[in-house]
Design a protein around this ligand. Structure first.
Ligand SMILES: NC(=O)C1=CN([C@@H]2O[C@H](COP(=O)(O)OP(=O)(O)OC[C@H]3O[C@@H](n4cnc5c(N)ncnc54)[C@H](O)[C@@H]3O)[C@@H](O)[C@H]2O)[C@@H](O)CC1
Length: 497
């Protein structure tokens, strides 16, 4: 897992590296600039293009000056640096790089006021005005300057973070910072990049290594971790010799209704392909033919309004909710499962039932896994106007109720009872289609059945679900839920030790 750091922690990592490694602060800045330029050159290899580099007077601006130098050395002839002189304060490394620039042949313009700034003819803009040192929203001259830069409608590359964008914390819809085409950020992605609001600030981002002390970075106390493929490979267990269906657990999927039987089929299909030893679908009579015709390996437990799950302990995982329908009978069924006090996987309509019965939320069995999307989450725990606040609530509720909350989005947040948030990096917009959540629920159920802990099951499921979608999206505009369910086993195979 990559530990994600706040801006303050990044500054500490910077100081620690300078104090403990044989590297001076100005050389660390040079390394960062070089790493930026490497990516920039890969994206914009045409040295005939003209580049305008806007530099503030802090270290972000210092990076910009070093980048100007490097681009000149890499054959870009048409480079112009705009020094934003709105404050007297300047950082020491900015001052060193400004002197270096003054000794070079690079063109430089000093901007004392936003109105000094006239039409810029450059093909590309590099934004190094303010970086992670941002301490308040842009206003006055900075806000005006940024507005003018955005109005140029040029391709903007931001250094480390778009000017005006908070690297962590609440993001509001009235964002007035730089709108970047790409942000090339240092050592770790910014926590804010995982929130949907970040699309107002940058279309994409790429992280570059700048030589900060990795051990120090990794050991920082953090609430946010980014899951990596190597973590998944470490958690996944191979199928053992002499094992049998009993080894891999029995999953029960309580799902489907007359008009939403597909949800039960998708969930069961995903559970099957993720390796549960046995899968039983608890569905209404009306779905039996469909189930038997499409998923012969899955057993049926026909459901009517009086159904209770007799002997729930015979299942190693019980998931409830996909396409279930909301009714008094289903409410009673959920309540009876809670009474058995076994961890459950709770999705879709089971979540909607809970949002109508706040008293039941208090009775969710510990170690259960809830898989809400944004709307389901807000129905359960209250309206939120931004993702930062929503995630804080998810974190707090996970700790309070001792449950795992899988808050679904392009980057899904897995909130654990230990207060940590594990961010899933896989998945893509081609997967934005009905049924995808049902598949995720089936995958989680299969991992729980195979005796992974609730947290690991959720982390594994989100990763392989997204990874399967990513592989399918390589040559597809849209990826359907059943395609993901069917391919999942092949993807897991590539990651099992
Ligand atoms: N690990 C690190 O921390 C490294 C950081 N580097 C660069 O250093 C940057 C951070 O540099 P600094 O801490 O000098 O800060 P910045 O260069 O981001 O900002 C400079 C100063 O602007 C002022 N300011 C903040 N918000 C403002 C606002 N809304 N309006 C007007 N002024 C405002 C603050 O006084 C701040 O110190 C990073 O983003 C990165 O580009 C790199 O040089 C190398 C390593």
């Amino acid at each position: 897992m990559q530990t994600l750091l706040t801006s303050t922690q990044m500054r500490l990592a910077d100081e620690f590296t300078i104090a403990n490694k044989p590297i001076a602060s100005i050389d660390l800045m040079e390394t960062a600039a070089r790493a930026f330029v490497k990516v920039f050159l890969r994206n914009e290899f045409d040295t005939n293009k003209s580049v305008a580099i806007f530099c503030g007077k802090g270290n972000n601006g210092g990076d910009g000056l070093a980048i100007a130098h490097l681009l000149l050395n890499n054959g870009y002839e048409n480079i112009k640096v705009y020094v934003i002189n709105f404050s007297k304060k300047k950082s020491a490394d900015f001052a060193i790089n400004l002197q270096r620039l003054d000794e070079s042949r690079c063109k430089k313009v000093v901007i004392d006021r936003a109105t000094d700034f006239k039409n810029i003819k450059a093909d590309i803009i590099i934004d190094a005005i303010l970086g992670s040192g941002l301490n308040k929203a842009l206003e006055g001259e900075y806000a005006e300057l940024v507005k003018q830069i955005n109005n140029l409608n040029k391709k903007v590359y931001s250094v480390d973070v778009p000017t005006g964008f908070f690297a962590e914390g609440r993001l509001t819809a009235d964002y007035n910072g730089i709108v970047a085409y790409k942000t090339i950020c240092f050592q770790r992605p910014k926590i804010s990049f995982f929130f949907p609001e970040s699309k107002l600030a940058t279309k994409s981002y790429e992280v570059v290594e700048i030589g900060l002390d990795e051990d120090f970075v990794q050991k920082q106390e953090s609430e946010f971790y980014l899951v990596e493929k190597k973590d998944i490979e470490k958690i996944l267990k191979p199928r053992e010799n002499f094992s049998h269906k009993g080894t891999y657990g029995h999953a029960l999927i309580i799902a489907g209704n007359s008009n939403t039987m597909g949800a039960a089929l998708l969930s069961s299909m995903a559970c099957l392909h993720t390796g549960a030893g046995l899968t039983t679908a608890c569905i209404p009579q009306s779905g039996l033919i469909a189930l038997n015709a499409t998923l012969p390996e899955v057993m049926a437990l026909p459901r009517d309004e009086y159904t209770r799950i007799e002997n729930p302990t015979k299942y190693q995982a019980i998931a409830i909710g996909p396409g279930l329908g909301i009714s008094a009978e289903h409410e009673r069924l959920l309540e009876s499962l809670f009474a058995a006090n076994l961890p459950l996987i709770i999705d879709a309509d089971a979540l909607n039932i809970l949002s109508e019965r706040p008293d039941l939320i208090e009775k969710i069995p510990e170690q259960s896994i809830l898989t809400p999307h944004m709307k389901e989450f807000d129905r359960l725990f209250g309206e939120h106007s931004n993702w930062w606040d929503r995630l804080q609530t998810a974190k707090n509720q996970s700790v309070r109720l001792k449950i795992v909350i899988v808050l679904k989005n392009q980057y899904t947040f897995v909130c654990s009872p230990n207060g940590k948030v594990y961010i899933n990096p896989t998945g893509n917009p081609a997967m934005a289609q009905g049924g995808m959540g049902d598949v995720l629920t089936g995958i989680i159920a299969a991992f729980v059945a195979q005796k992974y802990s609730s947290l690991n099951a959720a982390i594994l499921a989100c990763f392989v679900h997204g990874q399967t979608g990513d592989q399918l999206a390589d040559d597809k505009f849209v990826v359907t839920a059943s395609q993901v369910a069917k391919e999942i086993s092949g993807v897991i195979k590539t990651m099992v030790p």
